[in-house]
Design a protein around this ligand. Structure first.
Ligand SMILES: [Zn+2]
Length: 684
């Protein structure tokens, strides 16, 4: 591991800080915190912290000694002043005299000692920083260090690798107890560079930001070199393609869902993130996977993201997927039952004061394929997968130099159910479609894009399919980094298959499909060319059938129901003159929706349609609006609002109708009219 320190960068940040009253030490504290935070081998998703002790002037003009420590949950790679709240040091230091202190009381004292009362909560490891006397303290859960110390003889290995420059602190749960233990060890051993926190991580300190940082890099490098000398060469494993991942992922996802006990027809679902690096494949294909996979976390705070063990499935045989699905469901049920027992046992130990989290796995290992991270959102799934990859590396390397050993199950429980750890996840009210995956076709157009946005705003992960990839990508960008643009020509069976494979591989499956792609052809029906009719049917009927078939296949594999939504347009029920080539396949599409509702209701798959009219879109362009309103002798505004309510109907109105249908768990075979009122087009 190389030091990331660059003099010029350091001076740039010092100079920039000086302009806004940030002193040199603080600017360099920000600089090295970012250096640590940007390397995932050192710090992953909030798992590390830094601090600085300095004298600052408080609001009353008095000089006070403060500890600036990373805010809990703050991203070190992007840290700024607000991410390093200042806390009066003296009251914190006095706490050392106490034997024990409750979490709430401790947080209360910390908050009361903040210089800025509105500042963020300091890191859960604040007391460790407060008790150590050094000006700069850096703490990480560096993967290589964990491999060295997560061992039955971790203390011996620590002495061997770090040559006495780091003192060894036996495992204590993070928090006040660990801080007291660490300062006791420090005062007794007086190490020159820092501390090893057994089964947890490393602390380095120094009188300058650079000294503490360079010591961290040097110590982690020592661990890396120690491992590299002993690591056995791994084989380059065989890799499977997207199509196979797309076949397996919906089985895994279905197995790792649970019925929502409060609402009939609702499910608690997770989103998947797939990884198959060489390291992951070597791990999941290892002979002793059964032992390694159950060995526990590499550092305690990972437990809130990955739980303490992954779900391990057998290697799938592509020719026997039904058998794989049966075993996957059984194994997932056993996982949930084991998690429940684990909770019951340890909750009894602590006096029945905890509330059980959901028992669904957050990491799934599939030999021959790779690993899945699972989460309520795509982002959470990615975080779980990142941590699972670090865990794979940590355990594999620990085995290369000895035998991996984690903390006890009781210790894991105490961390997993520690309120201060859970607080890192934040309190969020879950939006109604959270955990669901939606596919929208024609998503580069006005109605498709508005619908994708509405579903995403309700918490769904969205895939935007369009024959025009650039248009889909543009719209996806406005939704966020998780929105997935996919090229899809719904007139091609191969293209639809590839698009749904891409969605299943990216998110794990599909729950909601909005079949919206379409285009209009015109012609007087007795004279229209058959080729025109066939073209329109290919897109406006078969396109919907292909998309619905692809979606239903995945939904049946998941076994958690689903929702098919169709844009049928007013033409399906109220044909316009010379619009036969468009209206007739749209009428067939309406029948298609009803057939899906009929044939798949028993599988919990709902099918509904929106009947919309006169929406500004690719089918009704500004030029068309101008010429049609002129032809009728109306203003454009009067033309667009020519309905019973006298209101223009927008793509957002259509999107809200689709969203309503996605949420209405007791509604199927329904047509919702969104046209401002048109009696001739009313359903009968
Ligand atoms: Zn830590």
């Amino acid at each position: 591991m190389k030091s990331g320190w660059v003099d010029r960068d350091a001076e740039t940040i010092v100079a920039a800080g000086a302009k806004s009253g940030i002193d040199r030490d603080l600017a360099l504290r920000i600089y090295t915190t970012r250096l640590l935070g940007r390397d995932p081998k050192l710090v992953l998703h909030g798992g590390g912290n830094t601090s600085l002790k300095e004298v600052m002037r408080d609001r009353l003009g008095a000089d006070v000694e403060v500890l600036r420590v990373k805010a809990t949950g703050a991203d070190m790679a992007m840290i700024d002043l607000a991410g390093l709240p200042a806390v009066r040091l003296l009251p914190l230091r006095k706490l050392r005299a106490l034997g024990e202190i409750g979490d709430d009381e401790l947080v209360g004292i910390e908050r009361a000692s903040l210089i800025d009362p509105a500042a963020a909560n300091p890191s859960v490891e604040i007391m460790l920083h407060a008790f150590l006397p050094h000006k700069f303290v850096d703490h990480t859960h560096a993967t290589a260090v964990l491999s060295v110390i997560d061992q039955p003889d971790g203390e011996k290995k620590c002495a061997e690798v770090f040559g006495g420059r780091l003192a060894f602190v036996p495992y204590v749960m993070p928090g006040f107890g660990l801080a007291k233990k660490a300062i006791d060890v420090f005062e007794r051993a007086k190490p020159s560079d820092g501390l090893i926190l057994s089964k947890h991580g490393i602390v380095t300190f120094g009188e300058s930001a650079r000294e503490a940082y360079e010591r961290m890099i040097e110590m982690v490098s020592r661990a890396e070199e120690f491992i590299a000398r002993r690591r056995k060469a791994a084989m380059a494993p065989a890799r499977r393609g997207t199509a196979e991942v797309a076949q397996i992922a919906p089985i895994v996802r279905g197995a790792c869902s649970e019925k929502d006990k409060t609402t009939e027809g609702a499910w608690r679902r997770l989103v998947l993130e797939f990884r198959a690096t060489d390291a992951v494949l070597n791990f999941v294909n290892a002979k002793d996977l059964a032992r390694l996979s159950q060995a526990g976390v590499v550092t305690p705070d990972h437990t809130i993201r990955t739980k303490n063990w992954p779900l391990v499935l057998p290697a799938p045989d592509p020719g026997k997927l039904a058998e794989f699905a049966r075993v996957a469901h059984d194994t997932a049920d056993q996982f949930a039952a084991r998690y429940h027992r684990y909770f019951e046992q340890h909750n009894a130990r602590v006096g029945h004061i905890k509330r059980e989290l959901d028992p669904l796995p957050r990491v799934v290992l599939v030999p021959g394929l790779g690993l899945f991270g699972l989460g309520r959102t795509k982002r959470d799934a990615e975080i779980a997968a990142d941590i699972a990859e670090a865990w794979v590396e940590g355990v594999s390397d620990a085995e290369a130099i000895g035998r991996f050993e984690s903390i006890s199950e009781a210790d894991m429980f105490d961390c997993e159910y520690w309120p201060l750890e859970q607080a890192k996840l934040g309190t969020r009210k879950e939006p109604p479609l959270m955990g669901q995956i939606a596919v929208v076709t024609g998503a580069g157009g006005a109605i498709g894009a508005a619908t994708a946005k509405a579903l995403a705003a309700a918490g769904a992960e969205v895939a935007l399919l369009d024959v025009n990839f650039a248009a889909a990508r543009e719209q996806a960008k406005t939704i966020g980094p998780s929105a997935l643009p996919v090229v899809c020509d719904v007139t091609s069976a191969a293209s639809v298959r590839a698009a749904f494979d891409a969605v299943a591989a990216a998110f794990g499956g599909v729950d909601i499909t909005v079949s919206n792609a379409g285009a209009a052809w015109q012609g007087r029906i007795g004279e229209v060319d058959e080729e025109v009719m066939r073209k329109s049917f290919e897109l406006n009927f078969y396109g919907h059938q292909r998309v619905a078939q692809a979606a239903v296949k995945i939904m049946l594999t998941q076994g958690t129901g689903g929702c098919l939504l169709f844009n049928v347009s007013k033409q399906a029920v109220n044909p316009g003159p010379n619009f036969g080539p468009y209206g007739i396949p749209k009428a067939a599409e309406l029948a298609l929706m009803r057939q899906y509702a009929l044939d798949y209701g028993a599988d919990g798959i709902r099918a509904n349609a929106v009947n919309a009219d006169r929406i500004r879109s690719g089918l009704l362009t500004a030029d068309m609006i101008a010429s049609r309103s002129r032809a009728r002798g109306l203003s454009e505004k009067d033309y667009m609002s020519g309905n019973l309510l006298g209101r223009e109907v927008t793509a957002d109105d259509v999107a809200q109708a689709f969203l309503h249908q996605a949420l209405a768990l007791k509604t199927t075979a329904d047509v919702t009219t969104v046209d401002g009122g048109n009696i001739a087009a009313a359903m009968r």
